[in-house]
Write a new protein. Structure first.
Length: 85
């Protein structure tokens, strides 16, 4: 497989990631609406730890710190999106 083919594969994955990110953020807004309606705080550290723990188990050992960093950023972006509701 040549470099062009590999980059084409990455481009396809990036397209999927953007689509999934958009979906995640849209659902975050719905979560915020629910939380606001039921007077639930936006930040839920327990839930974040549960998700983080589950995701770390799904990656190779050498990628644990990377997946943690990715999810910490996702959590921060989701909270930011939710706080603007």
């Amino acid at each position: 497989m040549d470099l062009h083919e590999l980059r084409t594969q990455i481009d396809k994955i990036d397209e999927e990631l953007v689509h999934l990110f958009q979906q995640r953020m849209d659902i975050s807004k719905k979560v915020a609406q629910y939380k606001k309606k039921h007077s639930i705080p936006i930040h839920d550290p327990k839930r974040e730890l549960e998700v983080l723990s589950k995701m770390v188990k799904k990656v190779k050992k050498e990628r644990e710190s990377a997946i943690k960093a990715l999810y910490m950023l996702l959590f921060e972006l989701s909270r930011s999106e939710q706080e603007n509701i």
